[in-house]
Design a protein around this ligand. Structure first.
Ligand SMILES: NC(=O)C1=CN([C@@H]2O[C@H](COP(=O)(O)OP(=O)(O)OC[C@H]3O[C@@H](n4cnc5c(N)ncnc54)[C@H](O)[C@@H]3O)[C@@H](O)[C@H]2O)C=CC1
Ligand SMILES: O=P(O)(O)OC[C@H]1O[C@](O)(CO)[C@@H](O)[C@@H]1O
Length: 381
């Protein structure tokens, strides 16, 4: 079995690549980082250091790595005969990897089993987005035939993989916890063999529970921590004001998840308590800058803050902690982060109303709109 994985970064090496290797796949990493590709190809294996309770060292062997910027034909040939394609490149990058997948599908032997394509990104229905991009890279008349050569399935991936110490080379430090949930329906009876993944009938509740608990909570901790001058994410929850803010935010998103998806309130309470212990893992060298990265993406319409706050507002339920967290996100000022710089420029150049429309995608008539305008105005003053 062969899997081609786009993005040999933190999640690529430390999670998806590891689980595919464990499942018996020959893993082919594709990345645009030439130095990383060379380092992977120069070594017969790399180590995944799982830190925290029950941690240990795992070794990944038998992989190859291809520079997708310079060796496109080689990559297309690998995808043509692969069983699985996965990505962990960031939702905004999917449009760049889609044309290569489209070209490989055009050349794929129609007698082969369909290629399983799964985007492993922190975004709702990221694989649907990838599929749309693949389709738009194909001649419309060919799409019906080509689409039969692939199965696109959405997934939810959860494992905290911090930025890595450059001295570690290609080895990766990760938390011990992981969860990879894949929607099963697109595969029918022919699911890919990935024992480390969980297949579910309906992914919606899983991805929303994950994004609106793990990611909302983590980003809230990052933005409050940054504003409080704390650098290491595991130190953030020791600050009682920040811990209270994170708990309050997660109570609000939990209310939504319970009402919307019928998740048992006690099960959800236990889930969020477990997550708070994951954030506080002192062995993970994680920073508020990494967890808060790309604030404009995180403040967009279908993401971890605005999406749950908007739905709570539509249902007349409390969302003040989420709105306050959005206010904290506006203070994220990291010169190395392009979106932080862009956000600061927008805050000074446009009115609060325009900022909210452009960043959150909400229309002025939405019940959350005025609350967000007020928090942006308070920040701009
Ligand atoms: N790090 C984490 O804890 C988690 C990350 N995720 C998601 O996984 C995705 C990747 O995140 P990380 O691994 O943390 O980022 P990362 O920055 O460590 O890795 C991304 C990799 O993609 C590569 N890349 C960029 N453009 C590319 C292209 N056109 N073709 C091929 N490769 C390309 C980069 O060179 C880099 O190696 C994101 O969507 C993130 O939200 C999801 C769960 C946890
Ligand atoms: O900031 P992004 O790209 O959404 O991904 C990082 C997030 O994913 C996580 O690893 C959790 O899945 C958190 O560490 C962090 O909040």
């Amino acid at each position: 079995m062969k899997a081609v994985h786009f993005g040999a970064g933190n999640i690529g090496r430390g999670f998806v690549g590891l689980l595919l290797h464990d499942a018996g796949y020959e893993v082919v990493f594709a990345d645009v980082n030439a130095e990383l590709i060379d380092a992977l190809n120069a070594a017969p294996s790399y180590e995944v250091h799982e830190v925290g309770d029950g941690g240990g060292v795992r070794t990944v062997t038998g992989y190859r790595a291809i520079n997708s910027a310079t060796s496109e034909n080689e990559l297309i040939a690998e995808i043509q005969t692969a069983d699985v394609v996965t990505t962990a490149v960031g939702p905004n990058i999917l449009r760049f990897v889609a044309p290569v997948i489209a070209r490989a599908l055009a050349l794929r032997d129609s007698g082969l089993a369909p290629l399983a394509v799964m985007a492993c990104e922190n975004a709702i229905n990221a694989t649907d987005l990838l599929k749309t991009e693949v389709q738009s890279a194909v001649d419309p008349e060919q799409w019906e035939a080509l689409s039969a050569r692939a199965v696109f399935a959405n997934t939810a991936v959860d494992r905290i993989v911090p930025g890595q110490d450059p001295a570690a080379g290609i080895d990766v430090t990760v938390e011990t916890f992981y969860e990879w949930v894949i929607e099963s329906a697109p595969f029918g009876d022919a699911r890919p063999e990935i024992p480390g993944a969980t297949f579910v009938d309906a992914l919606g509740p899983y991805i929303e529970r994950k994004l609106f608990t793990v990611n909302t909570g983590h980003a809230t901790a990052a933005y409050y921590g940054f504003a409080a001058g704390i650098d290491k994410i595991s130190d953030v929850l020791a600050n009682s004001d920040v811990a209270d803010a994170v708990r309050h935010v997660l109570e609000e998103t939990s209310n939504l998840l319970v009402v919307k998806h019928g998740i048992d309130a006690e099960v959800q309470r236990a889930y969020r308590e477990k997550i708070l212990t994951r954030f506080a893992n002192p062995h993970l060298p994680d920073t508020v800058q990494r967890v808060g990265r790309q604030p404009l993406r995180k403040l967009s319409r279908n993401e971890r803050f605005v999406s749950p706050a908007a739905e709570l507002a539509e249902r007349g339920l409390g969302r003040s902690a989420l709105v306050d967290a959005i206010g904290k996100a506006l203070q994220f000022d990291v010169p190395d982060d392009e979106q932080s710089v862009e956000m600061r420029a927008l805050l000074s150049d446009v009115s609060p109303q325009e900022f909210v429309e452009r960043v959150s995608g909400l229309a002025p008539e939405h019940p959350l709109f005025d609350e967000l305008v007020a928090v942006v105005a308070a920040r701009s003053n």
